[in-house]
Design a protein around this ligand. Structure first.
Ligand code: NDP
Ligand code: MG
Length: 338
């Protein structure tokens, strides 16, 4: 079982006299900076000139700088930047502004695990990864609660790296819920595996396969959409609230029996073998290498796949059906995305 730290194991004194620079005022960055400030920590924010988030951070009362300037001033540099640009910003703006005793703090391990950022040996390299989106990290903090965090130490130059990371977790409210110990390797590899095999890859492909099967058999696509895609939310919400037991208790006995007996016919030994191969590609760095190269050539494959996904019949049907559900806020990339 994992080692878990709570408020009593975390001491904010490890942040005393330290200036924290939160780089990137996005989903995680806005929540971390506001929670830390409310916990009495000295925080500045970094954005790029002209970004909308720069103004937002200023309106929230923060002093905002470029990454370069913020890294110069800070003792703890928080990498809440998009994972794909962290290495470039590190190279251009951070590397030459690091001094002995500084801390590089990540919210996800990719760039350290796959050696895209190689920190000098005189700094601490730690991770505090909230297990939830930024808006929840903020709203739970305001409720006096927190979202669980993961903590990891990749490099302990100061001898206090873990204590500093745990103090940070306390500052953002994470230790109110609990901070689970992990490593950069475990966090990165399980995160990639989860999103590829299950959350973003497995589940979407399963829904599409179910939808296509019904449509090809002559059923109306609107009905197929409701049954195989739209209603996924009801099931996932139940699992989120009370696990599979609660979900199976809440659906009909027919659905429960059908689920137990047919599920393993769909996710077969072959699917499990494919999952092992996916994991191997993550462990060997093959996936990371593919993705980093794809990004270097401006993502032609990624952009084509995105277009194909958007143009599929299931998406067209879904867009039409959601017009019947005015309580759903219209969310598409055309209406402004996030
Ligand atoms: P976002 O994309 O929401 O935020 C990144 C921010 O960085 C944006 O405001 C972006 O501005 C800004 N930015 C871009 N370029 C620069 C620059 N040169 N200098 C300063 N700021 C810049 O990212 P997330 O918060 O989602 O992710 C941050 C980290 O947190 C990642 O490592 C991610 O893996 C991790 N994480 C994310 C979680 C989540 O639920 N979102 C959960 C746990 C961890 P603009 O938008 O204008 O480009
Ligand atoms: Mg994740």
């Amino acid at each position: 079982m994992a080692k878990i730290y709570y408020d009593k194991d975390c001491d904010l004194k490890y942040l005393n006299g330290k200036k924290v620079a939160v780089l990137g005022y996005g989903s995680q960055g806005h929540a971390h900076s506001q929670n830390l400030r409310d916990s009495g920590v000295d925080v500045i924010v970094a954005e790029y000139p002209g970004s909308a988030a720069w103004k937002k951070a200023e309106q929230a009362g923060f002093k905002v700088f470029t990454a370069d300037e913020a890294a110069k001033q800070a003792d703890i540099i928080v990498m809440t930047l998009p994972d794909t640009i962290q290495a470039k910003i590190y190279e251009n703006s951070i590397k030459n502004n690091l001094k002995k005793g500084d801390v590089l703090l990540f919210a996800h391990g990719f760039n350290i695990r796959y050696n895209q950022i190689i920190a000098p040996d005189f700094v601490d390299v730690v991770m505090i990864a909230p297990k939830g989106p930024g808006h929840l990290v903020r709203s739970e903090y305001l409720e006096g609660r927190g979202v669980p965090n993961l903590v990891a130490v990749a490099q302990d130059a100061s001898g206090n790296a873990k204590n500093i990371a745990l103090a940070y977790a306390k500052g953002i409210g994470g230790s109110r819920a609990g901070v689970i110990e992990t490593t950069f390797k475990e966090e990165t590899e399980t995160d990639l595996f989860g999103e590829q095999a299950v959350l973003c890859g497995g589940v979407t492909e399963l829904m599409k396969a179910g939808f296509d099967t019904l449509v090809e058999a002559g059923y109306q696509p609107e009905i197929a959409y409701f049954e195989c895609i739209h209603e996924m939310k009801l099931i996932v919400d139940l699992i989120y609230e009370g696990g599979m037991e609660w979900m199976f208790y809440s659906v009909s006995d027919t659905a429960e029996y059908g689920g137990y007996t047919v599920g393993p016919k769909i996710i077969t030994e072959e699917s499990r073998k494919a999952m092992k191969e996916v994991l191997k590609r993550i462990q060997t760095g093959e996936f990371a290498s593919e993705w980093l190269l794809e990004t270097q050539v401006n993502q032609p494959k990624f952009k084509s796949l995105r277009t194909l996904s958007k143009e599929a019949l299931n998406e067209k049907i879904g867009n039409e059906l959601r017009k019947m559900m005015p309580w759903l806020k219209k969310r598409t990339t055309e209406t402004g995305g996030k």
